[in-house]
Design a protein. Structure first.
Length: 213
């Protein structure tokens, strides 16, 4: 069985990969979304930026543990608080954007770069999210688990963006993009609040199983 230090190194590698991917994916997605008017694509881009921030917090968290193991619990709570708040922030952003999009009856437009980005994200991000979740279970890290949900949400937003573009072009369902984003927002809000609440707990709590999601 791998040692804790090995899993810490894996957590650092996964967080570093998230930062690198988010920098590229976020900038492309936001640019394409502003040009095409896709709420879920814009949400994906914002999610990528937030994921980069959360991953940077986790690089700090696991970096501290690798140098000063005795501080692991304290920095774990701080990192989990940051990630929980970022999940809540993204949920609020998606709700506000969905309401505005429904009120304006906005129609997202398709572009080749955005479709390619979404396809790549649907292929890559689920693997990254699963990797984070598995390492989080090994380390009993609520912060890394919350970050895995943030990455999974990005994958879900990518899939939703693809589906909504198809629904709009093929069936004229202009509201599909905003309605799907609202569903994602509810999931993010629930998980973000849960992570934030756990971070304020005076004692470490056991990591929840995936069936508790």
């Amino acid at each position: 069985m791998a040692s804790r230090s090995t899993h810490v190194r894996r957590a650092l590698a996964l967080s570093g990969l998230s930062i690198a991917w988010s920098g590229v994916a976020g900038s492309i997605a936001i640019t394409a979304a502003l040009a095409g008017g896709s709420l879920s694509l814009l949400g994906f881009g914002v999610d990528a930026v937030i994921d980069a921030v959360a991953s940077a917090a986790l690089v700090w968290r696991f970096g501290v543990e690798s140098r000063q193991p005795e501080r692991a619990h304290r920095v774990e709570q701080a990192a989990e608080r940051v990630v929980g708040l970022t999940l809540i922030a993204l949920a609020l952003y998606l709700v506000a954007g969905s309401i505005r999009s429904l009120a304006m009856q906005a129609h997202p437009e398709t572009s080749s770069p955005s479709v390619l980005l979404l396809l790549a994200s649907v292929a890559l991000l689920p693997l990254l999210a699963v990797g984070k979740y598995r390492v989080a279970k090994r380390l009993a890290s609520g912060a890394l688990r919350a970050d895995s949900i943030l990455t999974a949400a990005a994958a879900l937003l990518a899939a939703i963006s693809l589906a909504s573009l198809v629904a709009t072009d093929a069936f004229g369902l202009w509201w599909a993009d905003a309605a799907a984003a609202l569903v994602v927002a509810m999931i993010l809000a629930r998980e973000g609040w849960s992570s934030f609440a756990l971070s304020r707990s005076p004692a470490a709590l056991p990591l929840r199983d995936v069936h508790d999601l």
